[in-house]
Design a protein around this ligand. Structure first.
Ligand code: ADP
Ligand code: MG
Length: 268
């Protein structure tokens, strides 16, 4: 059983404090949803856990099974078992998906001999076209194909903990169902003596949680978790919105914080 423990985490970006004391404890096989309005600090939380440059940690700690995550460069955070599915997956021209996964598995000391078949199986399972497996990473893919691709990478790498930053943004209903179902399966899969994957699912909308069943839901407003509860919290959000948890005039709604135009398609 692995544990990811976030304690009193405060962080700033561009000199502005965004995370103002986050406490979260995740165990293997648990799905935690962190939900919050635009600009609450959701992407900042994922970036700070994973080590994206430009974020300053002001206080607190992130520990993975006793290892001080914040002391490690991003690539080492990945090799010890953290994986971020980004809100807007990056296109990497000239770098092939199958090469990336081969190198990533090797750097984790894992066998790569079955990778070809694993890719075919996962592609089939997630509805990712086989012809896209041997192409530069995410280049020229649609929003839905990118997220299927990222989910496929997650399934091949099987990190101890997956952090999903708005997996649902830019996804149509079918892709959303396929991707969230795959992540849910990974959180239940202990076949071969492996630990089931723990999940930190960061999302604005509860539709992600139709297939990906959260054990715990946390509501993040202005860099703080204001409420935590069970899956029923997501239902309350669905009907009442974030206003039920914070005065409406305190809701931050900065369009720049959700830079992708696809988000707007789903604006309430
Ligand atoms: P969310 O993902 O919840 O919508 P973010 O974590 O992206 O929110 O952003 C939280 C706040 O931090 C916003 O006010 C945003 O404008 C600000 N912010 C995020 N990244 C940067 C940055 N690189 N430079 C300046 N401000 C930033
Ligand atoms: Mg965000």
């Amino acid at each position: 059983m692995s544990t990811l423990e976030i304690n009193g985490l405060r962080a700033s970006v561009a000199g502005k404090e965004i995370l103002r004391g986050i406490d979260l404890v995740l165990h293997s096989g648990e799905v935690h949803a962190v939900m919050g309005p635009n600009g609450a600090g959701k992407s900042t939380l994922s970036a700070v856990i994973m080590g994206k440059p430009g974020y300053e940690v002001l206080a607190g700690s992130v520990m993975l099974d006793g290892v001080d995550v914040l002391a490690l460069p991003a690539w080492q955070r990945a090799t010890i078992g953290l994986h971020l599915v980004m809100q807007y997956p990056t296109e990497v021209p000239g770098v092939m998906l199958d090469d990336v996964l081969s190198e990533a598995l090797a750097s984790r000391g894992r066998d790569t001999s079955a990778l070809g078949q694993m890719l075919l199986d996962e592609a089939d399972r997630i509805g990712f076209e086989e012809r896209l497996l041997h192409r530069p990473l995410n280049v020229d893919l649609s929003g839905g194909e990118k997220k299927r691709n990222e989910t496929l990478q997650l399934a091949v790498l099987r990190p101890r903990f997956a952090i999903l930053d708005e997996l649902d943004s830019g996804l149509d209903i079918d892709a959303l169902r396929d991707c969230s179902r795959r992540v849910e399966d990974l959180s239940n899969d202990s076949s071969g003596g492996r630990e089931p994957m723990g999940v930190l699912a960061i999302t604005h909308y509860s539709r992600l949680l139709n297939e990906l069943k959260p054990d715990h839901v946390h509501i993040l407003v202005k860099g703080r978790i204001v409420t935590s509860g069970g899956p029923e919290l997501a239902d309350v959000l669905e009907t009442d919105g974030y206003a039920a948890f914070v005065p409406a005039d305190e809701l931050i709604d900065e369009p720049s914080a959700s830079a992708g135009g696809l988000d707007d398609l789903f604006a309430l």
